[in-house]
Design a protein around this ligand. Structure first.
Ligand SMILES: [Cu+2]
Length: 144
């Protein structure tokens, strides 16, 4: 009789994170609704602890963090070309994601983890990447 409340508490503590965490899928495409060399969707708002699965729908792409466009303390990553890749985002903030072969063609996306924060784009970005980041930031702000 005394064990029952403890068991219930343990069960709810163990199941809560699994219920809340989500997996979001992003396709890597040579062409999509937003033009050539795109992630689809090109921006995401997710909760801390959620996972993003980058899917090589078309080959020759990858997903990597952008130097100067990720939260302090966040993990830097770079996936293998043409391979599926999953990353769990635990540190809140805004992450820029780039396809390394196609950064100059503007193959980038933004992932906002948790609440909105002010974002300053790195000065060294190629023009097409900057243009898309600016458009993606506006979409994120418009959806808050
Ligand atoms: Cu690419």
């Amino acid at each position: 009789m005394l064990l029952r409340p403890v068991a219930l508490l343990l069960a709810s503590a163990l199941s809560a994170p699994a219920v809340l965490a989500e997996v979001h899928e992003v396709k890597m495409l040579n062409r999509g609704a937003e033009g050539a060399m795109v992630y689809a969707p090109d921006h995401l708002r997710i909760a801390p602890g959620d996972t993003v699965r980058f899917v090589p729908t078309m080959s020759g792409h990858n997903a990597a963090t952008v130097a100067g466009l990720l939260p302090a303390g966040a993990e830097v990553f770079k996936s293998t070309l043409s391979q599926p890749y999953e990353h769990t985002f635990s540190v809140p903030g805004v992450y820029g994601i780039q396809c390394i072969p196609h950064l100059a063609m503007g193959m980038v996306m933004l992932i906002q983890v948790g609440d909105p924060v002010a974002v300053e784009l790195p000065a060294s970005l190629p023009v097409r990447a900057r243009t898309r980041f600016v458009a993606q930031l506006q979409k994120l702000e418009g959806e808050q």
